[in-house]
Design a protein around this ligand. Structure first.
Ligand SMILES: [Zn+2]
Length: 118
């Protein structure tokens, strides 16, 4: 049983009403929240590229993160920073970045086959 409003899962504890909302519970379990699926757009070993890309994407309000960015500080040239963006915005991001003259190493603007989970 779960509350359709606040999505609290009451399991099989015998509740019929949400203690927070005061409305009737419905059978089953709350639906999975919608996770953003991130997809790699490119990778770079250059911290300056990362900074530049961040400033562009921040300005556009793009949802993104750099996977392995901290590695780059600790162990430069061992782990590249991978730019991960909401897969629905991959094309937008490629469009935004395509004219940049960056020093990407292992630049990969094609679809990655790696599965990244986070
Ligand atoms: Zn509730």
């Amino acid at each position: 049983m779960f509350c359709p409003r606040c999505k609290d899962d009451y399991g099989d504890e015998g509740h019929t009403r949400c203690v927070d909302c005061g409305i009737d519970l419905v059978p089953g379990h709350p639906p999975e929240p919608e996770y953003i699926k991130f997809e790699q757009v490119l990778s770079t070993y250059n911290p300056l590229d990362v900074a530049l890309i961040k400033s562009i994407l921040d300005g556009e309000g793009i949802v993104y993160y750099f996977h392995g960015e901290n590695f780059m500080v600790i162990r430069p040239l061992v782990e590249p920073a991978r730019l991960m963006v909401d897969q629905r915005e991959v094309e937008t991001v490629k469009e935004l970045l395509k004219d940049l003259r960056l020093t990407f190493t292992g630049l990969n603007l094609s679809k990655s086959e790696e599965e990244e989970e986070d």
